[in-house]
Ligand binder design. Structure first.
Ligand code: NDP
Ligand code: A1CAB
Length: 303
């Protein structure tokens, strides 16, 4: 997921659309971001540090970020040097497995390195109350729940509200930095932490659930004789089109469905077959069960 976030942000910095906001500055992540003295916009990182624990992962990351070219060169990959990376950073995005957080944040000197900095955790199930108990009270802790489409800048990220500080200007700046980072790789919205397990299931895990539906639609096409590649293209573009109608036009899903459904036609025949298979409750229950599971991740009894 860390790769998806950096890849998306780097792609956004390379995009012509964003030429007006490409800052002349240096920064670090996953990291972090630090503007140089003459930076015109202190709100978007352009230099990143990615940290991993294994050489094998570092090789993979260097290959991936090398392929990004141009600004990809501004991603530095470090192995086993979390403390050094955090010391050199203003913003840290924690992207390890939920059960690893306490150990990583508990490393000698880490609390001091995080003093006064913004710590964004994307970990499923690990609460703000747990995170704040592992750092100094001066570290500004937020949770973010992104998803893998961030990699192609079509992500959905939910962010928890920033802690209240006496300096409201600082909070506003942090808020704008967070929004710029995650809006550069898709949609971003703030939501109360109490909704995070549901968001983890719905949008965090969602790409996997959506791909089951996508694959099943394509399988149906293949069953009826369509070549596999074309069946997948038709299914993916159809799902994208329907989703964009809901997002861009603001159409209710039922309205989109009704507009496709000719009386006595083939759509209603297919819809009834889906309802016979309890497709709605199956999908909704999957979100319910994933939410319940998410709430246990990073808790003492779970790995
Ligand atoms: N995958 C997804 O779609 C989403 C995941 N998340 C959350 O993101 C987090 C990561 O998930 P995911 O990306 O799937 O998991 P991965 O296992 O793919 O990534 C975990 C990363 O953490 C690194 N890491 C592990 N230990 C250390 C350490 N001690 N120091 C530095 N780096 C370390 C790993 O590198 P190495 O292998 O070298 O140790 C690896 O690059 C989880 O907490 C998950 O809940 C949130 C939203 C969506
Ligand atoms: O499966 C998981 O636990 C993570 C969290 C959301 C998506 N992947």
């Amino acid at each position: 997921m860390g790769i998806a976030i950096i890849s998306g942000v780097v792609a956004s910095l390379q995009s012509k659309d964003n030429a007006h906001i490409i800052p002349k500055w240096e920064s670090h992540t996953p990291g972090t971001s630090t503007p140089t003295a003459d930076s015109p916009d202190p709100s978007l990182p352009s230099f990143f540090i990615a940290t991993v624990s294994r050489q094998e992962s570092a090789k993979k990351l260097r290959h991936t970020f090398g392929l990004l070219g141009g600004l990809g060169a501004s991603v530095q990959v470090l192995v086993g040097e979390n403390l050094a990376a955090v010391q050199r950073s203003d913003i840290v995005i924690l992207c390890c497995k939920p059960h690893q957080a306490q150990t990583i944040l508990g490393e000698n000197g880490m609390k001091e390195a995080l003093d006064g900095k913004l710590l964004i955790s994307i970990l499923a199930g690990v609460t703000i109350s747990q995170l704040t108990s592992w750092v100094l009270p001066t570290t500004k802790v937020v949770r973010a729940m992104p998803n893998t489409p961030c990699r192609i800048r079509e992500g959905m990220t939910v962010v928890s509200p920033l802690p209240t500080l006496s300096n409201s200007e600082e909070t506003e700046l942090d808020r704008s930095i967070i929004l710029k980072i995650f809006s550069s790789i898709g949609r971003c919205r703030f939501l109360e932490e109490k909704h995070f397990d549901a968001c983890t299931a719905l949008s965090g895990s969602g790409p996997a659930f959506a791909c089951i539906f996508l694959e099943a639609m394509a399988d149906g096409g293949v069953m009826m004789g369509l070549p596999r590649a074309e069946a997948l293209e038709l299914a993916a573009q159809t799902l994208q089109g329907a989703a964009r109608m809901a997002l861009q036009v603001g159409a209710h899903p039922a309205q989109i469905k009704d507009s496709v459904t000719t009386p006595g036609g083939c759509t209603i025949a297919g819809l009834l077959a889906m309802e016979d298979g309890k497709i709605r409750s199956t999908i909704a229950r999957a979100i319910q069960i994933a939410t319940e599971h998410a709430s246990q991740l990073g808790q003492p009894t779970k790995k």
